[in-house]
Write a protein that binds this ligand. Structure first.
Ligand SMILES: [Zn+2]
Length: 302
């Protein structure tokens, strides 16, 4: 019976995906968050490996799609009754802000960039790529571990991050449209940290972010995958630290997590190959279905 319902829903999605106005009806009033990383014609090997980068051309096509199907949400409208789409970018890649930023501006979209300030300010090696190149488990690494200690000393930036000077200049030009959020000082996995380490990672980043007028008390989990990258305990701790909204890269918040958003679509919700609008509609309707069944307590689809 369940399989039959699923089959009918899939057929229903296919029909709906052919029409923009029917699609819009399904998402009317919903707040949908799209998680991106980089937008660049020249992704690093690391970004290519993990599918973290969109070409400017594809990103532009996706912005056209999104602006034709959703209103742009301002971050301060999150949690309000207004429906729409908000774009977020994790980590602080230079091109996400400079190249992606130009396109965002053309489409008059708002964006929240979740920044790791240690690689940006101190040119500290980025945890994920450093761990990845040294074949160490980045989900388990802590600041006091061998790798965590060496990150501070490495000082070799293996990914092209935005600089402090560029952030200052971008903020002047894009005030009111681009915002900075917290992603920890370096890219540690929240559940791997002790409570004290988590507080330090959050606070150290926050102190630097607060020096900018466009910073928000928003937090996105590094990695952000369900079950391994956050828990009720980390949610509680981060809420206590003052985060108004908590984001994850997985499409759905964990059950009971009560993360405060309507839909958050994961890092692969819009791939670098997604340029056919009927297929994007079909894909997003699939998320819609999974989310509804998740809310009704069925985790089998997620
Ligand atoms: Zn990240």
């Amino acid at each position: 019976m369940k399989a039959l319902i699923k089959l009918f829903f899939n057929l229903f999605c296919r029909v709906l995906s052919l029409s923009r106005s029917l699609f819009n009806l399904m998402f009317k009033g919903d707040q949908v968050i799209f998680c991106y990383h980089n937008v660049s014609p020249t992704p690093s090997e690391f970004e290519a490996k993990y599918d973290l980068c969109h070409s400017p051309d594809v990103f532009n096509k996706q912005l056209i799609f999104l602006s034709n199907h959703f209103e742009w949400l301002h971050p301060e409208e999150l949690g309000s009754g207004k429906g729409g789409a908000l774009l977020t970018f994790d980590d602080g890649y230079r091109d996400s802000i400079l190249v992606g930023g130009k396109l965002l501006e053309q489409h008059r979209a708002f964006a929240v960039f979740f920044l790791n300030m240690a690689p940006i300010l101190r040119r500290e090696a980025f945890l994920v790529s450093a761990a990845d190149s040294e074949r160490q488990d980045f989900l388990e690494t802590r600041p006091t571990d061998d790798l965590g200690q060496r990150l501070v000393l490495m000082k070799t930036l293996n990914i092209d991050f935005i600089s402090k000077e560029e952030l200052v200049s971008i903020e002047l030009k894009k005030k009111g449209r681009f915002f900075w959020g917290n992603h920890f000082y370096n890219h540690y996995n929240a559940p791997a940290l002790t409570s004290q380490e988590l507080v330090e990672q959050y606070r150290e980043n926050e102190i630097e972010l607060k020096k900018f007028e466009s910073s928000l008390n928003f937090f996105a989990y590094p990695f952000g995958q369900r079950k391994v990258c956050y828990s009720q305990e980390t949610n509680d701790l981060i809420s206590k630290l003052g985060a108004r909204f908590i984001f994850a890269a997985h499409p759905f918040p964990q059950a009971g997590g009560k993360l405060k958003y309507r839909y958050s679509l994961g890092i692969n919700s819009m791939r670098n190959t997604d340029i056919r609008y009927d297929l994007i509609r079909q894909k997003l309707l699939g998320y819609f279905y999974k989310y509804k069944s998740w809310r009704e307590g069925d985790e089998s689809n997620i």
